[in-house]
Design a protein around this ligand. Structure first.
Ligand SMILES: [Zn+2]
Length: 171
């Protein structure tokens, strides 16, 4: 099922692109294969669901998305920006929630709440901000967001049509 755009690297369990045109801008050429992005796809093989145990067996493969140096640089810039925005947001939320926590909860409860917030808020705000920046990048530079580019990519589309998915199956 591998089409002419990729070749299988068995050792690394991945499909490496043969083509050199960047799929994010559609114009640039791949300069260094290290700049390519790999997305993981999964396919369920077997599912056991008995009273005693639940188990799912699946296959996983990585597919290379070609990326030119300009798009790599743009993605990196937006990721850095997203981190820089997420830090003050996290600090503010942790600070405010700590104030509320010490007011209303026990010391342990407060620590737990602030700890949980301190883990969730940076991750969530990073993803939301990065998603927004990717959208803007598309509007101004016509560089596709990572997920969008993957979905539109011929070989990924083909795999999805054949039962593969971006999400690992859960038992
Ligand atoms: Zn590009």
């Amino acid at each position: 099922m591998i089409n002419s755009t990729h070749k299988l690297n068995e050792a690394k369990k991945r499909l490496e692109p043969v083509d050199c045109t960047c799929i994010f801008c559609g114009k640039g050429q791949v300069d260094n294969p290290q700049d390519n992005i790999y997305v993981s796809l999964y396919r369920e093989i077997k599912r056991e669901d008995t009273i005693l145990h639940k188990k799912v067996t699946y296959k996983q493969i990585k597919v290379g998305l070609t990326r030119c140096p300009k798009c790599k640089q743009m993605h990196r810039k937006e990721k850095t920006k997203a981190i820089l925005f997420a830090i003050p947001i996290t600090l503010l939320v942790v600070f405010v929630s700590y104030g509320i926590a010490v007011e209303f909860l026990s010391k342990m409860g407060g620590f737990f709440l602030v700890g949980t917030i301190g883990i969730i808020v940076p991750i969530l705000s990073y993803f939301i901000i990065y998603h927004g920046l990717e959208k803007k990048l598309y509007e101004t530079e016509h560089i596709l967001p990572e997920k969008e580019a993957a979905i539109q990519y011929g070989i990924v589309k083909e795999l999805i049509d054949n039962g593969w998915s971006f999400n690992a199956p859960v038992a």
